[in-house]
Write a new protein. Structure first.
Length: 199
């Protein structure tokens, strides 16, 4: 991550460096990015770049985190309790009636439907925001080439298989939408249809 020297730069200079990073990482995949282009646009010495960041990968990681933070900022935040969270609620006592059991099953089914709807709405909103934002080309190259090196590990052992499946489908749909912008509506429709098969 960036050094304290970079983080404490005057706002205008810091913004200039960030814009140069965005322009360079939006121009081409990380493997083709050039420090020389960044320092020329940002009007800084090459040595200053290396005082701010360890290397291009470090600068890219910083910018990607900034972009993802900004893109996630306005997404719908209300999410229903997941299947895993529901399973942590105390089970009905031995003497519970069939009616109470049925009510519990209905509640779990309702929560699953809410979880699927929330996942679809968030994916749809993320795609729309990314496509209309200054980060679109950055995200395009992230999914096209840079993802394998920089995708954060999202494995959570406590996550239920259903929640994991929904998240995996969601990220796959987002990837396809950003790589094939003109057909994003088709991928989102396929995502919504696929969610119906998650039980």
């Amino acid at each position: 991550m960036p050094s304290s020297t970079f983080l404490n730069l005057p706002a205008q200079k810091k913004a200039r460096v960030e814009q140069a990073l965005l322009d360079e990482f939006s121009r081409a995949p990380l493997s083709q990015a050039q420090v020389s282009n960044i320092v020329a646009q940002a009007q800084i010495a090459r040595g200053a770049f290396y005082r701010y960041f360890d290397d291009l990968n470090d600068a890219y990681r910083y910018l990607l985190c900034q972009a993802l933070r900004d893109l996630h900022h306005d997404l719908p935040s209300s999410a229903p309790r997941s299947e895993a969270q529901e399973s942590e609620t105390p089970s009905s006592e031995e003497g519970s009636t069939a009616r109470e059991d049925k009510a519990g099953e209905n509640q779990q089914a309702d929560n699953l439907e809410k979880l699927k709807l929330s996942a679809y709405q968030k994916a749809h909103a993320f795609v729309e925001q990314a496509q209309q934002s200054r980060y679109y080309q950055l995200m395009y190259w992230f999914y096209h080439e840079n993802n394998a090196s920089f995708a954060p590990s999202s494995f959570q052992p406590e996550e239920s298989p259903t929640t994991w499946a929904i998240a995996t489908l969601s990220h796959a749909a987002i990837r396809e939408c950003l790589l094939d912008r003109d057909n994003a509506h088709l991928y989102l429709a396929r995502f919504r249809e696929s969610l119906e098969h998650v039980k």
